[in-house]
Design a protein around this ligand. Sequence first.
Ligand code: NBP
Length: 477
Amino acid sequence: TSAQIGVTGLAVMGRNLARNFARNGYTVAVHNRTVSRTKALVKEFGHEGDFIAAETAEEFVAALERPRRLVIMVKAGEPTDAVIQEFAPLLEPGDMIIDGGNAHFADTRRRERDLRERGVHFVGTGISGGEEGALHGPSIMPGGSKESYESLGPMLEKISAKAADGAPCVTHCGPDGAGHFVKMVHNGIEYADMQLIGEAYQLLRDVAGYTPAQIADIFRTWNTGRLDSYLIEITAEVLSHVDAATGKPFVDVVVDQAEQKGTGRWTVQIALDLGVPVSGIAEAVFARSLSGHAALREASRGLAGPTASALSESEAAAFADRVEQALYASKIVSYTQGFHEIAAGSEEYGWDIDLGAISAIWRGGCIIRAAFLDRIRAAYGARPDLPSLLSDETFAREIAAAQDDWREVLVAAVRQGVPTPGFAAALAYYDALRAERLPAALTQAQRDFFGAHTYRRVDRDGAFHTLWGGDRNEVSA
Ligand code: NBP
């Protein structure tokens, strides 16, 4: 017998992905640099399906039916290149290497180009949902050639998460690095979602005076409405959890320094290169890095803050409703920014990414899965050329209804000295986009003053320069 698919790299993700394929009826060849992992997988989970354990790269490749489908689930970066170098010489034209790691899309583009010369399809694939998702159904974001997707698509659809309407959470995102790019922005949006939820929590605690257990209940209520999502759900779980050792709310015994693995940072770095304002995602990344500067925070603890007092009990409930509005409005802005980045990447690299299809495959399996994504899908479904999510009538109407509360929440945050960079950046983005005039006019005038960088006029075509150091006459540039 031969295997329809092979997985090399059997740490948590690879192991669960291999099991997922096997549970769905595929014969799966499994391989890992350290052989003991391969043996452990077959010993523990061999009963779940058909596995072929391979100890060497040659055995592994020989076990695969042609064209070969070989999934790499190793640590992103150099290990991925090492594994590609090990396997590529053993492959033949038409074979497929699927990289399911969190690769940078630029690396994926390079690898795809190199392997294409040998006729091997390299399919950079974003996989979201953590180890549970890998086992029970992740959201899958494959890039690579259309041809490879014809062969892989049906298998990926089988192992993927299913949205509430039964649709598989996988789509061919576009060629070469498109899948890993989409996964990168997914993670950036995840950072922003988590930051906004964190700010909502902090406001409910410090401004409204609620306990973590009470806030858990508020989040549970929110989760029955338009904010219904995995992240809100787990937030309620975390906030209601009590530390066994101390009896304190669990959230109070965790060190408040957030870590990151890099995909959020990439999202911002690439957005800067593409000139896309993803201010909400950037604030989320900065908020994590600020939290980690322990010494700097310690040295700043004595700085003066406001003297405002917390709300009364009767005011608190109304405030919680306002926070829900602010969170929802800010969330719309985060997704607006994230989808803008995907559209810009698609344009830059000629990927032709279908934004509606991307929102559809994020509805299940991944960390940002949410009822909200169905609304985004509907927005792009109604108007595929939507200039921005904020131009969608439904979202525009919802923000119009939320904006007074959104502003009030920020006023309260500022007055009480609660940092809300995510809410604030989102509102600033919204106000800047809808502004009749921006101070960018002044910026252009300043640039012309000190650097003769020229400016355009509202009433005439062309580029102009004012002779600032001389008679201040205007000349055509
Ligand atoms: P890790 O990222 O911890 O990688 C461990 C695996 O890489 C092991 O199988 C290890 O083999 C192998 N490996 C390394 Br390290 N260097 C190697 C080399 N030079 N040659 C061959 N194999 C090598 O595993 P993971 O947490 O399962 O994640 C796998 C991928 O999936 C990563 O790219 C990750 O970013 C991505 N991802 C993870 C999650 C998650 O929730 N963990 C979610 C989504 C995506 P060994 O056993 O011989 O040391």
